[in-house]
Write a new protein. Sequence first.
Length: 131
Amino acid sequence: MNTSMYLDALKARLNLPSDYAAAKRLGVSQQRISNYRSGRQQMDDDLIPKVAELLEVDPAIVAFDIYAARATSGFARELFGRLAEIARDANSTGPAIAADPQSPALESSGGSSGTRTQDQRIKSPMLYRLS
């Protein structure tokens, strides 16, 4: 998920009518939210724990998703996407913040949940120990 998707999830969860209301709730300027929406900027590190708290999810999930969205290389994007998936699986996160099923880090054989079965999990020695 990217910053814009998290903003949408936050607005839905808190029943906020606009990006302006989301900005006020997060304590940031409307311009900052506009930069997030336009893709000029991804969520700043200082907002990650606040967004996670408001969505009632593990901050690691939000952080890894945002780091994946910020990544400038395919390797880093894939790595952080996979770490987000591991954190999501470990926390059994609900569909309100489920990752984009089209994400390369979430390839699955069929199911629509966007999570992998034990046999489909990451096989990298470093990451395998985390799952």
